[in-house]
Structure formats: C-alpha cells, structure tokens
Design a protein around this ligand. Structure first.
Ligand SMILES: O=C(O)c1ccccc1NCC(=O)[C@H](O)[C@H](O)COP(=O)(O)O
Length: 207
C-alpha cells in the first residue's frame, strides 16, 4: 500500500516546525520569497531548520530568485530539496546540482504532460492552483486536469485542508500532498491542531 507523503509548507515559527514534526510530516517547507507573508530570511531559516530531525526533508521554495541568493542559502543552510515556484526554466533549476521539484501552476488549458516534459530532471511535479502572485493562495484547482496514469511523482497542493484532503487523496492518489494556508490561523502562522487533523486525514485516506 502506498503511503502518501506529507509536506507542510510556509513555516515561519519554531513552534510550527515542532508541531509539523510532532504530527508526522515527512517534509517541511520554507519560503524564500520576500513578497510573501511567509518569507523567511537565511538567518531565520537557520534557526528553524536546526530543529528539524533526521529523515524529515527540508525544502526551500524560491520564486524567480537571483541565483547568487539561492547559492548563498544552499551554502549556509541544510537544504535537502529545492522547490521552484516561478517561471524558472529547466536550466535555471539544474544549475545548482541539487534535487528539485517543479511547481506547475494549474488552470484550464495547462497540458501537464507537455509541461512536465520540459522538466525531465525534476524529482517530482508539485501541482498548485494558478493564482496571481505565484502561490500560497489557498485555491483548489480542477483535479480532472491531471491526466489519468500520469507517471511522474505528483505532489498535490493548492487549497488543501483537513476538510478536503481525504477526498483529494482518494481521487488523485498523489505521491505526496502539500499544504500551507489550509493549516494556518493567519498568514504565516500555523495552527498545530489543523496540522494534526490534516495529517490524520491523509492517513485515513491511505487506509
Ligand atoms: O506561500 C506563499 O506565500 C507562496 C508564495 C509564492 C509561491 C508559492 C507560495 N507557497 C506555495 C506553498 O506553500 C505550497 O507549496 C503549496 O502550493 C500550498 O499552498 P496552499 O494552497 O496555501 O496550501
């Protein structure tokens, strides 16, 4: 039986990192995108990432970032996986020589097979709803845009919460799910109970 992996994204506080880990998250995500209310500096991220135990993957999210900044973050932080959420090309993503996942901003007309073919080196495709401002919008996209039998690891995101994640996992059967705003009390402020309910929902859906 497949166990759906779970990433909690947009962490900005130590207690939220602790809550995600305690509830059983497989991965924790940190947003390096200054316009976002979830943005963290390299200094803040160092303190947050230091709390993450072994076997929980540390993911760093960038949006059209200056490559010198990404390199600095990689040099100073224990980042294990990059997430590119902007308009990066495959060459942009590959230049760091690190494993990465590529966000696909889903909306009517997006051909996921064609999009994914442009990123053969991505470890997986993270499907998020198209929103102005790139992401973290808490919007659900039409899951029927995902082609049946799509054969790359899919990380389903976009407006997930404890209220819809069971249905999402049962219908899409993704490799992993990713949530940010759906487990927040306020932008950038996670709710430990909502994280626990989300993770419990994923486990229920897995059966
Ligand atoms: O979180 C942000 O503010 C953000 C800004 C720019 C690009 C992406 C951003 N977040 C993406 C995520 O946190 C997740 O990977 C995911 O898409 C979940 O978002 P949500 O719909 O809020 O659960």
């Amino acid at each position: 039986m497949h166990r759906t992996r779970i990433k909690i994204c947009g962490l900005t506080r130590t207690q939220d990192v602790d809550a995600a880990v305690a509830s059983g998250a497989d991965a924790v995500g940190f947003v390096f995108y200054p316009p976002s209310p979830r943005n963290v500096t390299i200094e803040q991220a160092a303190g947050l990432m230091a709390r993450v135990p072994p076997f929980v993957t540390i993911v760093a999210l960038f949006v059209n970032a200056d490559s010198a900044w990404v390199r600095e973050a990689l040099a100073r932080l224990p980042i294990q996986l990059l997430q590119f959420h902007g308009d990066e090309t495959e060459a942009d993503c590959l230049q760091y020589g690190r494993p990465y996942i590529r966000a696909a901003r889903m909306r009517a007309g997006v051909d996921l097979v064609e999009y994914a073919a442009g990123f053969p080196s991505a470890r997986g495709l993270l499907l998020d709803a198209f929103v102005e401002g790139y992401g973290g919008g808490g919007k659900v996209f039409d899951w029927s845009l995902i082609p049946p039998g799509f054969d790359r690891p899919l990380i389903l995101s976009g407006g997930l919460s404890a209220d819809n994640v069971i249905d999402a996992v049962r219908r899409v059967r993704p490799w992993a799910v990713d949530v940010s705003s759906g487990v927040e009390a306020d932008k950038g402020i996670k709710d430990a109970e909502a994280i626990a309910r989300f993770i419990s929902g994923v486990k229920d859906a897995d059966g």
